[in-house]
Ligand binder design. Structure first.
Ligand code: S3P
Length: 180
């Protein structure tokens, strides 16, 4: 396994916050699929979706994911919908530790509302109100998060540093096994 960790999970669960702290802890680079896409297009997700639809955004997302399979020494936060591109994950699962950050739907709603970037970065996926959208989309995505993750961490009741501890522990174990 390369020195590579992918964080997956629903919108606003805290992948970027955890990812940044984890990267500092491990002395790795921090990468974010949404950020890479926006830098490439010099536009916000809202602008990309307005111009190209979700289809255009997903196309870019799958390209970025496939490219990231080649990198190492990095912690990567992925957009909540990145899990739906099935092919890249077959490769990523072999090369990286994949961590699913979860939280109950009510916590996701409240984090979504609290995050000032939600408007620009998280245009509606369904046109429904946010609580109904989260329930609907979670139902579709949960099996994919579950089958892809090596490790699942419920972030509802624990602070970021503790989440980072758990990932670091799993990472050290996995690296150790890889060397045998
Ligand atoms: C999306 C999640 C967002 C971003 C885009 C689509 C999704 O990323 O990729 O708005 O489909 O769940 P975060 O998970 O970082 O919010």
């Amino acid at each position: 396994m390369e020195n590579l960790i992918f964080l997956i999970g629903f919108r606003a669960v805290g992948k970027t916050t955890v990812g940044k702290e984890l990267a500092v802890r491990l002395g790795c680079d921090f990468l974010d699929t949404d950020l890479i896409i926006c830098q490439r297009k010099a536009a916000s997700i809202e602008q990309i979706v307005k111009a190209e639809g979700w289809e255009g955004f997903r196309h870019l997302e799958s390209e970025v994911l496939a490219e990231l399979a080649e990198c190492s020494n990095s912690v990567v936060a992925t957009g909540g919908g990145a899990i739906m591109h099935r092919e890249p994950w077959l490769v990523l699962r072999r090369n990286a530790l994949i961590v699913w950050l979860t939280a109950p739907p009510e916590a996701l709603v409240s984090r979504f509302r609290q995050d000032e970037g939600s408007g620009e970065n998280r245009p509606s996926l369904t046109g429904k109100d946010i609580s109904a959208e989260i329930l609907d989309i979670l139902k579709i995505r949960e099996p994919f998060y579950r089958e892809t993750a090596h490790l699942v961490i419920d972030t509802e009741m624990i602070e970021v540093a503790k989440v980072v501890d758990k990932i670091q522990q799993a990472y050290v174990q996995k690296m150790g096994r890889g060397k045998k």
